[in-house]
Design a protein around this ligand. Structure first.
Ligand SMILES: Nc1ncnc2c1ncn2[C@@H]1O[C@H](COP(=O)(O)OP(=O)(O)O)[C@@H](O)[C@H]1O
Ligand SMILES: [Mg+2]
Length: 370
């Protein structure tokens, strides 16, 4: 997968990446039909050497505009890191094209590398334990920003660490003494030191507890707002969706959904994702079944031990009365009943259930035929 490093700046169009698309916004990341197939040598049963090939990602296409936060979401093994490696140019796809800020990554890797910052999944790869947070960011700044005066690099390192919530005392602590969330923020500052146009992060919230995950995402949003940096977050965590203006859902190497999360929710769910949120004393399966039997109710999902979200064709007084009536019939005490908006987690759960039902139905009709 090693890439030919030879390239000439003269080959790159002077306005590379500056061409506005039909909506007048510049595409910062663009992948077209990207497929990665790896080949390995294996012994067959007859002990002959044979070539085995395995397609990790297939025909992957998506894009994001300048200033956007794009989330690449998929389960472990879906191919997320492989896509990131194609964007950084570490891997050359078997077919397809990849561009960063309008620069063709496959043919102009080094030029493209100036335009992105990369935050690897493991902080160990990107920082030095015995250096302080500030020294780390400054050190990488010295490496990437040749010719820039030291004081200017130090100033930028401080500014970045400040936006990422570091006060002076914390900046001067050794990285080995920082918490997981703080270390992650140092890696982010390192990825930002050369003033890239887009920041690529591989699983930035993995291994952190819920409050730290939200904190890291909030700091990323802050960077995006204050510096206008475009961001690509790769994660298996659905909660990143609320920070993203575009989502790519990846499953077994294939893009199964791509778009604005609000648009995806509106397209799939009735009432543009509005729902009735019901919190009762003792939720049981009979109530869930009774709710699902109401003809206008499309989906009922459990969101906690005693609460559910109900998605229906119409959410009006009549529907709310019907829900209350069912609870009365089942002798359930309602603690609260409110109107709610679907989040991406609800969307994903409903989508997955619909897919499973579809597969089941197809199998049943096939069994009937045979
Ligand atoms: N060099 C490789 N050779 C063969 N298979 C690989 C290689 N790298 C990754 N894979 C496989 O490709 C799949 C996707 O990997 P990856 O992109 O790391 O997934 P993710 O980041 O979504 O967890 C996994 O099944 C992984 O084992
Ligand atoms: Mg990965």
């Amino acid at each position: 997968m090693a890439q030919d490093e030879t390239e000439s700046l003269a080959e790159i169009a002077p306005d590379a990446g500056m061409l506005p698309d039909d909506r007048g916004k510049r595409k910062i990341i663009e992948l077209h039909g990207v497929t990665v197939t790896v080949k390995s040598l294996k012994f067959s049963r007859q002990h002959f050497l044979k070539i085995d090939s395995f397609t990790i990602i297939k025909d992957v296409s998506f894009y994001s505009y300048e200033g956007e936060i794009l989330g690449l979401i998929g389960e472990s093994g879906a191919g997320k890191s492989t896509i990131l490696r194609c964007i950084t140019g570490q891997w050359k796809p078997t077919s397809g094209s990849v561009s960063v800020a309008g620069i063709d990554v496959i043919h102009h890797r080094r030029e493209a590398a100036k335009r992105f910052g990369y935050v690897p999944q493991l902080d160990i790869v990107g920082t030095y334990d015995h250096f302080t947070a500030l020294e780390n960011v400054y050190y990488f700044g010295k490496m990437y920003l040749s010719g820039v005066p030291d004081e200017q690099i130090r100033q930028r390192a401080r500014e970045l660490l400040n936006i990422l919530g570091f006060k002076d005392a914390l900046m001067n602590k050794k990285v080995k003494n920082l918490s997981g969330g703080e270390r992650k923020r140092v890696s982010i500052a390192v990825g930002m030191i050369h003033d890239p146009e887009v920041l690529l992060l591989d699983e930035p919230t993995t291994g952190l507890d819920i409050s730290l995950r939200i904190q890291v995402l909030n700091y990323l949003k802050n960077l995006n707002k204050k510096l206008g940096i475009s961001v690509v977050i790769v994660s298996h965590d659905l909660e990143i969706a609320q920070y993203c203006s575009k989502i790519v859902l990846l499953e077994k190497g294939l893009v199964i959904e791509f778009g604005d999360p609000e648009v995806l929710i509106n397209r799939l769910l009735p009432c543009e994702g509005r729902s009735i949120k019901l919190d009762v004393t003792e939720l049981n399966d009979e109530v869930l079944d009774a709710l699902r039997e109401v003809s206008d109710i499309k989906f009922v999902i459990k969101t906690g031990r005693n609460d559910v979200k109900i998605f229906a064709e119409e959410i009006d007084r009549k529907m709310i009365s019907r829900v209350i009536e069912i609870c009365d019939l089942m002798n359930l005490t309602i603690k609260s009943i409110t109107l709610d908006r679907a989040d991406f987690t609800s969307y994903y759960r409903i989508r997955s259930k619909m897919e499973k039902d579809k597969v089941k139905q197809e199998k049943e009709s096939q069994d009937l035929v045979s």
